[in-house]
Design a protein around this ligand. Structure first.
Ligand code: PLP
Length: 444
């Protein structure tokens, strides 16, 4: 068993997070429940910032808010001086609601709509990360109409394959994201950008994948970037100011996951960039990174109540909890693995091999296959650790299950930062059938 951050086992043998007894949190707020260790979030953020400061280089750390986008989380990111990545109007709205300084917001995505771009232009966000030619021209057109110059990065696909699950690999050549470097699309896009009056090119972006445990992918991408920075300098007499290497820094979900200290990634990137710049006689650019998972992932624990179980002799024992793919779709989506323990008797020796099932109507709704636990009993609290990233943010109302609440804990105190949904909210947008004469406001 591995406890993250401020988690420990208290005198009662219960899991305790930031001084709050997990069993009491479950009683007070109900289950399922997402619990976040605020101090651990802040310490991850500071590891990134301190690593750059030690390397004495201009930088930005942007929190990829898609990992956990709520008003409270945006406020923490703001207080800690981070920038913020958003990938939709909804994430942008959340950030603005939180009072996040718009000049520190970066807008990502491979298909930003006219409405989303307009919203971001009106909010005067810091920069757009442009994914493709369609967007390049659309953004220029909308910026021209508003008479506003816009800073952009171009998202490039560096042809680097990070060693990770294929669905979360994004930097390889065959990807829906970004301008391809190898075929020359990237350098052409730079030329096009130069011709567009209202777009100001700051630099290049890539995101090579997620849950990466090695520095090679990042250093290789950095080298490819500096090659193209050099090419751009020679061809257009223009020097790129920013290179953004994205996120994807791995975390420890289960035994056998061996992430590097966050500083190691930063050190490797900075050293590579510095060396390449010296070799090529280029000015050292600002380095930006965009961690998501590595900031909130291991700070989150999901608490469930154990319900039914079913033993198929010689095959498998299923133990079901009161949530599942509706609050954590990652196991079903990409065979993600998690560790768990019985929160009300953490010290008991594991004596049974079980599989944890969700309650949704899908055979694939399994949270954990084959985990050793002290024989789980109905009514006990199961804590699944490391659910802080892409848990709540990917939650759904499948089977019309209400989404759990989110609670932050710190110094023995708890704060509800997202309320549990209610059944009223489940039906609030539903209407009875009430036909009206169909006319389209745009026609005629
Ligand atoms: C998802 C994403 C990130 C964050 O990835 P993590 O694995 O959560 O660190 C950063 N940048 C971009 C462009 C992304 O799409």
């Amino acid at each position: 068993m591995y406890l993250h951050g401020t988690s420990r086992v208290n005198e009662k043998g219960h899991l305790e997070i930031a001084g709050c007894d997990a069993v009491e949190l479950a009683q007070k707020y109900g289950t399922p429940l997402y619990v976040y260790d605020e101090q651990l979030i802040r310490s991850k953020i500071r590891s990134f910032i301190d690593a750059f400061k030690r390397n004495d280089i201009p930088f930005q750390v942007a929190y990829a808010s898609k990992a956990l986008s709520t008003v409270a989380m945006c406020q923490i990111a703001s207080e800690e001086g981070l920038c913020l990545d958003v990938v939709s109007g909804g994430e942008l709205y959340t950030a603005l609601k939180a009072g996040f300084p718009s000049s520190r917001i970066h807008f990502h995505g491979n298909n930003k709509t006219v409405d989303e771009i307009t919203m971001a232009l009106d909010a005067q966000i810091g920069c757009f990360v442009v994914d493709n030619l369609y967007e390049l021209h659309l953004l220029n057109q909308l910026a021209t109409e508003k008479g506003k110059e816009v800073s952009i990065l171009l998202r490039l696909s560096p042809g680097v394959e990070a060693h990770t699950h294929e669905y979360i690999q994004t930097g390889q050549q065959d990807s829906k994201f970004g301008f391809d470097i190898i075929s020359g699309q990237a350098i052409d896009a730079v030329g096009k950008t130069m011709e567009l009056e209202y777009l100001k090119l700051l630099g290049f972006h890539c995101h090579i994948g997620s849950q990466i445990f090695e520095t090679e992918g990042f250093t290789l991408a950095s080298k490819r970037f500096l090659q193209i920075v050099e090419e751009v300098k020679n061809k257009y007499e223009f020097e790129i100011k920013v290179i953004n290497l994205g996120g994807g820094f791995g975390i420890r979900y289960v035994d056998g996951d061996n992430p590097l200290p966050l500083e190691s990634y930063v050190d490797a990137i900075v050293q590579t960039v510095k060396m390449e710049c010296i070799g090529k006689n280029l000015k050292i650019p600002e380095i930006w990174v965009e961690p998501g998972r590595s900031i909130v992932g291991d700070a989150g624990t999901t608490l469930y109540t154990i319900g039914s179980s079913k033993n198929i002799p010689g095959i498998r024992k299923y133990v079901a909890v009161d949530g599942g793919m509706s609050d954590n779709v990652r196991p079903a989506l990409y065979q993600a693995r998690y560790d768990a323990f019985i929160a009300n008797r953490v010290n008991d020796e594991p004596n049974e091999l079980v599989s944890i099932a969700g309650k949704c109507c899908e055979s694939g709704d399994m949270l954990i296959y084959d985990i050793e636990l002290p024989e789980p009993k109905t009514g006990e609290i199961l804590a699944v650790s490391c659910t802080g990233a892409y848990g709540y943010s990917m939650a759904s109302n499948y089977n019309r299950i209400v989404r759990p609440g989110v609670v932050f804990v710190k110094d023995g105190k708890s704060a509800v930062v997202v309320k549990r949904e209610t059944y009223d909210q489940i039906v609030q947008n539903d209407n009875e059938i009430n036909y009206e004469e169909f006319t389209c406001p745009l026609s005629g």
